[in-house]
Design a protein around this ligand. Structure first.
Ligand SMILES: Nc1ncnc2c1ncn2[C@@H]1O[C@H](COP(=O)(O)OP(=O)(O)O)[C@@H](O)[C@H]1O
Ligand SMILES: [Mg+2]
Length: 211
């Protein structure tokens, strides 16, 4: 019988200008995740997680350590970040098939920094068969938490932004991003968004806006 345990996977978006505090927030949110895969295009997280530059080697390690847990990062080849994120997401979907069919309840968290580079606006309009887009839409049925971070809220593709359970908005540098954030929080928050200092954020989940 299928377990009804698929309601509490999160899809978290963290947006803000460079230096506003996004990555620090994300690292705090994922600090206790037992099964964690970090997609690290800038190689920012050397020393934080077990680091792989080969997806095949990461797969072997994750499958071997699935039961005990794993905290790994994948640094993809420069220039093919979108392809690499989709390939990694395909693997996450594969390892979570057991969750989907109710065989177990182990969740996996996928943390993607600089998401506008690997999942840019318009990507899935031209190529709808993107596995990260699939996880944005269907990941909760697979026990997949997603934490996505970007400087440019308005430049991240819609399947991610349209499926968020939790949104953090830090200080934004670009007017299009202020517009995107105002669309999520409501026009009454526009001035609050414009006035955010570094390390302060607006937060929204299903229960409403929390400052
Ligand atoms: N809440 C905070 N209080 C004090 N310093 C912070 C806080 N959050 C982040 N910082 C510092 O600010 C700098 C930028 O933070 P970071 O999370 O890397 O920003 P971003 O990812 O948005 O560029 C880092 O040196 C970090 O240590
Ligand atoms: Mg950062």
């Amino acid at each position: 019988m299928k377990k009804k345990n698929n309601t509490d996977s999160r899809r978290v978006g963290i947006f803000g200008a460079s230096g506003s505090g996004k990555t620090t927030k994300a690292l705090d949110l994922i600090k206790n995740c037992q099964r964690l895969i970090v997609f690290d295009i800038l190689d920012d997280f050397i020393g934080y997680f077990r680091r792989f530059t080969s997806l095949d080697e990461l797969k072997v390690y994750v499958i071997k350590h699935y039961t005990k847990g794993f905290r790994v990062s994948y640094v993809p080849p420069y220039g093919s970040e979108a392809r690499a994120l989709s390939d990694l997401s395909e693997f996450v979907k594969y390892i979570q098939t057991g969750y989907k069919i109710g065989a177990h309840s182990a969740k996996v968290t996928l943390f993607v920094d600089e998401l506008n580079r690997s999942f840019p606006l318009g990507l899935t309009r031209n190529k709808p068969l993107n596995a990260f887009g699939f996880l944005c839409n269907q990941g909760r049925h697979y026990g997949v938490n997603i934490v996505g971070v970007s400087q440019r809220m308005s430049m991240v593709d819609m399947p991610f932004r349209a499926n968020l359970s939790d949104v953090y908005v830090f200080r934004l540098a670009d007017f299009n991003d202020v517009k995107a954030a105002t669309a999520v929080f409501g026009s009454q928050y526009r001035q609050t968004i414009l006035n955010l200092p570094n390390y302060k954020y607006l937060y929204k989940n299903e229960n409403g806006v929390l400052i």
